[in-house]
Design a protein around this ligand. Structure first.
Ligand code: NAP
Length: 483
């Protein structure tokens, strides 16, 4: 049966717009064309930003209660069409339908939290009289929206990571221009449908589709873009930072996350959480578990239990309710898995489980004895491969964890509070999960990394903070203030 190819439109300045040039979107598991999507030109992107800026300057103040209503209605719309959103994520991306449903529920939360946080956008009073000579002054600061935000998003959470930029931008009163990943633009367009139905003011949300390499510079270097909120790989992040000039940057980049398992840990819990953390979304998860350091007394037991649980995972059709692991986003990514595993094996690594490719699918794979010079050890894998290594103690585990250029999140399993605190204080990361894997997040918490993993923090309140600027007001009174 021939699948119907969707003719998608971009959401720009309150309208659904086509373009002469288009590009195709494929289902990665069978390479079927599922949609034809408009390809925006640089000139068009410039026009969209000009118009977004005009909308911002013409609405001198978008009342908070209206922002809250738009956000709440958009969340309600997504809730009403939950399954349609999940199907789209699982169709264009590589998540299973079960994982996609989870992402839709998270998206609804992200937008509802944005609505709540819009209410809490507050300044503070300032005690000017702390300085001699300022006794008769009083004042405070406000938080103001900064202007048009450019939101550039990756393929792996094609709905919620867009919501993490759109929700806070609108909550703060900023227009936002989204450029979703070329391989997964449909979820972002569906998000725009929710905001369109919710009555977002014209120009406050646009989703332009097209290649980052072709339209990225026009987007990030436009003088009316006041902040670039980027989530993606280090390579693209560096290019964007070079072109951006003097602008605020939020960078949520890649990682190579460690998990530490000490001998006093609950091994069943550690295995369960780490298998899920390593292989959910076929390992295409910025928080995905990549290197596991296990205290040597329990290393063999942990490795056997981990391999056994990995063997039970069902790899296959994304739309099936029984599938645990879907394909990689493109076959070339599965080929990269194959190459990196072959390289590690040629250097002495052993494959305990998996190690097989079938088209865009790569089996969940467990490696041991991996030399630290192998790419799978020091680069970001972003696929279903995990390494297990024995260590002497928590100190060695922390040294190993820190010896890569990334630092997003880490996990440690232990019943010893001193060891947990040792890890919290010595791991160079943006978050430490005690008795969980690196793959834990709620949408409100400050989220982000150190080293090559990023700049700044996402999470609704943190994003709103970055998407606003303070303006100080000082009143000079005729009488001293502090009486
Ligand atoms: P990517 O290749 O870096 O692409 C991300 C976005 O950047 C896409 O929209 C892409 O457009 C665009 N882009 C590429 N080059 C650009 C340029 N020169 N100027 C402007 N935009 C440009 O990343 P991906 O493969 O989609 O996603 C995987 C990466 O994202 C991994 O490294 C992962 O760790 C990271 N990630 C990080 C987080 C986090 O929160 N820290 C979360 C999720 C993912 P095209 O699609 O058109 O190329």
């Amino acid at each position: 049966m021939q699948t119907k190819v969707l003719s998608a439109k971009m959401y720009v300045l309150g309208e659904w717009i086509g373009q002469e040039e288009t590009f195709d979107v494929f289902d990665p598991q069978n390479n079927e064309i599922i949609a034809r999507v408009p390809k925006a030109s640089k000139e068009y992107v410039t026009h969209v930003i000009d118009q977004a800026a005009e909308a911002f300057y013409s609405i001198s103040s978008w009342p908070t209660h209206e922002r809250i209503q738009v956000l709440k209605k958009a969340a309600d719309y997504i809730e009403e069409y939950h399954e349609r959103y999940a199907y789209t994520i699982a169709r264009e991306g590589s998540k299973t339908i079960t994982e996609a449903r989870g992402e839709v529920s998270r998206t609804i939360q992200t937008i509802r939290i944005s609505a709540e946080e819009a209410r809490r956008l507050k300044g503070e009073t300032i005690n000017f009289d702390q300085m001699e000579g300022s006794e008769n002054r009083t004042g405070y600061y406000f938080r103001f929206p900064i202007g048009v935000i450019a939101a550039i998003t990756p393929f792996n959470d094609p709905l919620n990571l867009v919501a993490h930029k759109v929700g806070p931008a609108l909550a703060a009163g900023n227009p936002v221009v989204v450029k979703p990943a070329t391989v997964t633009p449909l979820s972002a367009l569906l998000l725009a449908e929710a905001f369109d139905q919710a009555g977002v003011p014209r120009g406050f949300l646009s989703v332009v589709t097209g290649s980052g390499r072709e339209i990225g510079d026009a987007l990030v270097s436009h003088p009316e873009i006041k902040m670039i909120s980027f989530t993606g790989g280090v390579g693209a992040g560096d290019k964007i930072a070079e072109k951006a000039g003097r602008k605020k940057l939020g960078m949520e980049l890649g990682s190579n996350s460690p998990v530490i398992v000490l001998q006093d840990a609950d091994l069943h819990e550690a295995v369960k959480a780490s298998v899920s953390g390593a292989f959910s979304a076929a390992g295409q998860n910025c928080l995905g578990v990549q290197r596991i350091f296990v205290e040597k007394n329990v290393y063999d037991e942990f490795t056997n239990m981990f391999a056994e649980r990995t063997r039970e995972l069902q790899v296959g059709d994304k739309q099936s309710e029984w599938t645990d692991v879907g394909p990689l986003i493109e076959e070339k990514e599965a080929l990269r898995m194959e190459e990196w595993v072959e390289e590690a094996v040629s250097m002495g690594a052993k494959v305990v489980q998996g190690g097989k490719r079938n088209g865009a699918f790569y089996d969940p794979t467990v490696l041991i004895d991996v030399p630290h010079e192998a790419k799978v050890y020091y680069e970001e894998i972003f696929g279903p491969i995990v390494l297990i290594e024995p260590v002497e103690d928590v100190q060695e585990a922390v040294i190993r964890s820190n010896e890569v250029d990334y630092g997003l999140q880490a996990g440690i399993f232990t019943a010893n509070i001193d060891h947990a605190f040792y890890a919290v204080h010595h791991l160079h990361v943006g978050g430490v999960m005690v008795n969980d894997s690196s793959d834990y997040r709620i949408d409100e918490m400050p989220f982000g990394g150190v080293k090559q993993s990023g700049l700044g923090r996402e999470g609704v309140a943190s994003s709103i903070h970055d998407m606003t600027e303070t303006r100080v007001v000082a009143f000079k009174l005729t009488q001293p203030w502090s009486i």
